[in-house]
Design a protein around this ligand. Structure first.
Ligand code: M6R
Length: 622
């Protein structure tokens, strides 16, 4: 996830673009850059690290420019270096592009453009766009006509050649009186002023200057001049986008209109899963993970899997263990990182150690990785932050694409971790012909791929139940204790649901494998105690219902989480229906209402949701 801004008008464009860019720093902060027209070519200034470094690098450069585009980066293709920072330019230095998203066919385009003589200076997918535009402009027939309209036409044709997701802004030396933008699956907003216009990845970034905005839709292409914003589709046919007047206050704006980052990030779940899947499922259904490039022989030599992580990432690992054991039939251990390191762990050259971490900086997880490597294990990191220590030091890296997560309580990153684990499972299965999942296009493989692809839309429908969950939460906010129960995959979900509730509401919440209830915890059930039972696994649902009846018989408050269409047990005081998917992916869907439940209980108790007491986002000490 990166951030884009731009300005065109009569004021100092670079300063305005940078002011707005700072409000997007939450979207990425490994490097940043700005482009503005100079005498003969477009001047680009870039710096690694925070935007403050870019400001130092710029000094007074561009002070008199009245048009500029700028970018803050969260690396996806290519390391976080100055060369990979945006804006990216073409061979002539007359085209500059900033981009948020992923160009899926960049390797093929890069190969083709290189063979036509284009010279690449970065490892980014974005640079292909600059060269495509260069080629498209060069191919324009000579002739009259408005140069801005002609350029827009050429850019649209170039953009039409890329697949993937993008929000892009383009600046051309030859028509510096316009910024050209396009959007597909990545947000882009045009802020409207008097004799000036703005652009940004989100509304808050332009709110200091204007509250009148146009929200571009997928497939929109716009040409922005100081006085006019022309929106068309990719063929150039005009489309009408009514401006919107924003009434948020500034504090709400930073969180995209949500009262807390946590709620915003819960709502980013569908986007997160979509982005984590993007480019990893070929048309044939094959899972393609170019960064892993395992051979079948390598995988055959890895007879055991050890998953190591902390907190939410550990809970994701609990789901991963079941996936690996059931789908790959390889023995899989899950360890808490702080325990793993001092346990004289049974890992060796025949072990694949999967380390899961949002930040990639959790001290215990890093120590576990070093321990595993020292014992000769192959390490594979599932990590969200590019360039983090874990991402740099593990043998293999699989990036989740959640974007920066600000709320201390992890939400969207968990969904991304589960998605990545399922992709990894399918990928490894493909390397072992003895497994039913190995055959790309075979029934088992097809079913899981289709289920993964359906997740983003299903997550949207989970979010539609927010008002019901909020109402349920308000009736539970005075409960004195919470138990979360489940079996199999649902046990893993109960661990994460309990963690979410306890860390932000400060209420005592415990998770149990439901069968354990009568071996002790049942003694604690009394009026005022809430028991949330996950009943999403058909093989064990009857047993779950019996457990919940035991709770009701002791006057506990019973909530069931079940598949849409399933009959709620008559002992339930509250019911949360979840869309149907394969057993292994139910934890992805059932966690969204649990995150919302935790959020609304904490809200009702006036807790500090984004920064719960005693906790830090990244635990960098052991
Ligand atoms: O950055 P990591 O995923 O390695 O962090 C691990 C835990 O510290 C983290 O998941 C923590 O448990 C969260 N506060 C849970 O919401």
């Amino acid at each position: 996830m990166c951030g884009i801004t731009g300005y065109i008008g009569s004021r100092p464009a670079v300063a305005i673009a940078l002011t707005n860019l700072k409000r997007l720093e939450y979207r990425g902060y490994d490097s940043s850059g700005v482009a503005f027209p100079n005498r003969t070519h477009i001047r680009v200034v870039r710096a690694t690290g925070r935007i403050a470094n870019l400001e130092r690098e710029l000094a007074d450069a561009g002070a008199d420019a009245t048009v500029a585009i700028a970018h803050t980066r969260w690396a996806t293709h290519g390391r976080p270096t100055e060369a990979n920072a945006h804006p990216q330019r073409d061979c002539t230095g007359r085209v500059a592009v900033v981009h948020n998203g992923i160009i899926e066919n960049y390797a093929e385009l890069r190969h083709q453009l290189s063979s036509e003589g284009h010279r690449f200076t970065s490892e980014t997918d974005t640079e292909v766009l600059a060269h495509l535009i260069e080629a498209s402009l060069a191919a324009l027939p000579n002739g009259a006509g408005d140069p801005v309209v002609r350029a827009a036409d050429a850019i649209r044709r170039a953009v039409g050649r890329v697949t993937g997701s993008y929000a892009i802004a383009v600046l051309l030396q030859d028509t510096p009186d316009a910024i050209y933008v396009a959007r597909k699956d990545s947000p882009l907003v045009v802020g409207l002023g008097e004799g000036e216009n703005f652009l940004a990845s989100d509304i808050p970034a332009v709110m200091r200057y204007t509250r009148r905005v146009i929200l571009l839709n997928d497939g929109d292409f716009a040409t922005i001049t100081p006085d006019i914003v022309t929106v068309t589709d990719i063929t150039g046919a005009p489309v009408l986008r009514e401006p919107l007047d924003v009434t948020w206050d500034d504090a709400a704006a930073e969180k995209g209109g949500y009262p807390h980052f946590m709620l915003k990030e819960i709502h980013e779940g569908p986007r997160t899963v979509r982005d984590t899947l993007r480019g990893r499922i070929a048309e044939s259904g094959e899972i393609v993970l170019p960064d892993l490039n395992f051979t079948s022989a390598q995988w055959a030599g890895l007879q055991r899997i050890a998953i190591v992580a902390c907190g939410t990432a550990y809970n994701a690992g609990m789901v991963g263990k079941r996936m690996f054991e059931q789908m790959l039939r390889r023995p899989t251990e899950v360890s808490i990182a702080s325990e793993f390191r001092y346990s004289d762990p049974l890992v060796d050259e025949g072990t694949l150690v999967v380390l899961i971490s949002q930040s990639g900086e959790t001290a215990d997880t890093l120590a576990a990785m070093r321990e595993a490597r020292a014992r000769g294990a192959t390490t594979l990191a599932i990590v969200n932050v590019v360039g983090s220590t874990l991402a740099r030091d593990a043998d293999f890296v699989m990036l989740t694409q959640a974007g920066p997560e600000i709320g201390v309580a992890s939400t969207k990153a968990y969904l991304a971790q589960l998605t990545a684990l399922a992709l990894l499972c399918l990928y490894l299965a493909q390397l072992d012909p003895s497994q039913p999942l190995a055959e790309v296009g075979g029934a088992a493989h097809r079913e899981l791929v289709a289920a993964l692809q359906a997740l983003p839309a299903q997550l949207e429908s989970c979010l539609e139940r927010e008002p019901e969950v909020a109402a349920l939460a308000s009736s539970m906010a005075n409960c004195t204790g919470f138990f979360f129960l489940g079996r199999g995959y649902d046990h893993a979900s109960s661990l994460e649901a309990a963690l979410k509730l306890k860390e932000i509401s400060y209420l005592h919440a415990e998770a149990y494998a439901a069968g354990e209830l009568k071996h002790g915890p049942l003694a604690l059930v009394e009026p005022g105690v809430a028991v949330i039972g996950f009943c999403t696994q058909p093989a064990t649902n009857d047993k779950m219902v019996s457990n919940l009846k035991e709770v009701k018989a002791r006057d506990g408050f019973v909530v069931t989480v079940l598949r849409e269409g399933d009959l709620a047990p008559d002992c339930a005081d509250g019911v949360i229906p979840i869309p149907n998917t394969v057993d292994a992916l139910m934890p992805v869907l059932s966690m969204v209402p649990m995150q919302l439940l935790a959020y609304y209980v904490a809200h009702a108790r006036s807790c500090d949701i984004d920064q719960p007491r005693n906790l830090a986002k990244s635990v960098t000490v052991e």
